[in-house]
Design a protein around this ligand. Structure first.
Ligand code: G3H
Length: 192
């Protein structure tokens, strides 16, 4: 593809309370990003058409809700499943699941939440997404931090084991341009 655009969902109510997982709505700040996103996208993409891919979760659909383009939902773009830890804060996980907290710290890529997923699991379920992306032009993906870390590492040719540490800031549109010599990156931060 000529270029791919990526964005995390706007700040959610769970981001505000420090909880992971769930299916929270956007916070007021998140809605402010959703409102600004069409202009930011238009400035970066130009006059062309775009297809927007979201996850099945409220926060990505709300973030994309003002974009005047065709939208497609993918279950494969849902956030890393935190299983038994879904809805908890990191502090609660450290208190209630101390061994898991340590295991994740020791090997964040391989660690799988009880009844949930690891980063490796996410990389594997993203394979069809990557294949579709390679075939298509002008896609904007609005999804979640862990998922974007894996997609970003793939296009940046960074070993997948490093995905858990990729920096994918909130309220920022990322433009990736894959080229023969490597992928060019532009990060456009929303002014909110
Ligand atoms: O719950 C998923 C988060 O977006 C990923 O954050 O893998 O750094 O805990 P983490």
């Amino acid at each position: 593809p000529r270029a791919i655009w990526l964005s995390r969902h706007g700040e959610s109510m769970y981001n505000v309370s420090g909880q992971i997982g769930g299916n929270a709505d956007l916070s007021p700040q998140g809605w402010a990003y959703a409102k600004k996103l069409p202009q930011i996208v238009a400035d970066s993409v130009g006059p062309g058409e775009l297809t927007v891919w979201t996850s099945t979760l409220n926060r990505t659909q709300q973030t994309a809700s003002n974009l005047p383009f065709k939208k497609l939902q993918w279950k494969a773009l849902d956030e890393l499943d935190a299983g038994a830890c879904d809805g908890l804060t990191y502090q609660q996980i450290a208190e209630d699941f101390p061994e898991d907290f340590k295991a994740r710290d020791d090997d964040k890529y391989e660690y799988r939440y009880p009844g949930g997923e690891s980063y490796r699991d996410v990389v594997i379920r993203l394979e069809p997404i990557i294949m579709e992306l390679e075939k298509n032009e002008n896609i904007l993906i609005v999804t979640h931090q862990a998922v974007l870390r894996c997609i970003y590492a793939y296009f940046m040719n960074i070993p997948q084991e490093q995905s858990p540490w990729m920096d994918i800031p909130l309220h920022t549109l990322i433009k990736l341009e894959p080229r023969a010599f490597g992928t060019m990156v532009e990060k456009i931060k929303a002014n909110i």
